[in-house]
Design a protein around this ligand. Sequence first.
Ligand code: SF4
Length: 322
Amino acid sequence: MTKTLLQVKNVKKHFPTGKRNLLGKHLQVLKAVDDVSFSIQEGEVFGLVGESGCGKSTLGRCITRIVSPTEGQVIFNDEDITQADSKRLKTLRRQVQMVFQNPHSSLNPRMTIKQTFMEILKVHGLAKGREMERMIDLLEKVGLPKDALDRHPHEFSGGQLQRIAIARALLVEPEFIMADEPVSALDVSVQAQILNLLVQLKEELSLTILFVAHDLSVVEHISDRVGVMYLGQIVEMADVEELYQNTLHPYTKALMAAIPIPNPKAKREELILEGDLPSPINLPIGCRFASRCRDCMAVCTQENPTLKEVKPGHYVACHLYS
Ligand code: SF4
């Protein structure tokens, strides 16, 4: 039986904003993440998808404790890490690694790849006496030659740098990886190479990954399960095949319709998202998608639907399925 590695329970991340009252308190609150719950099994890739600004990256940062959630719990390996102190966070940084959209951000431009990698191994006291072996092995795993170790970040292309960023994350043998839009900044042809590499590494090393992206077609390629986010909440969640074959939520359907079909003769219903996106500072009392939903009913403007299991393992937050 697989083990639950990560549990996210009713996590909220709210940012006070706008003018302050006489007591110095902000008068408005931006609800970036608003009551999100899900779990990830060991060896599973969970894809989190949604438009920019839907809160998926903020949620990823709460999970990896780059920021603290306003409310809720993050349970990692049966341990509540929501209130972890700085000492615990230091050890957590080894267990939980991140791969970012811009690989430059995780590499020091003045240091060779070898210097960067050696520093990380030293800080964590890993591979003592076998450092070269470990570094070369990882470069091989991500498809780079060993002489890459003697070069600086500016000597590599974007795709090669993302391979190095992945090797850097794997260097400390993490239990969990948060990949935040890891292919979004790359050319389409390179995107496919990096995705294939991640799929291969996932199989080879049984990696557990939270894969954050704005593109459903990218997420499909690598994920076992997918959660779709809209304005701070998960609106649909299911196994990847179930989600793509039996899409339920009107928002997910619109995202699906936006995926280009490689066959020019194939036709798909056009579902263009119209209407205004509500502000996360001033959210409606009803369904947050109501202003853009062509299936909107009276109840939708009165009650925000909660995420419910409508089929085994398939969850949706929509009054159409109440
Ligand atoms: Fe559309 Fe209503 Fe479902 Fe919201 S709850 S997605 S408005 S049908």
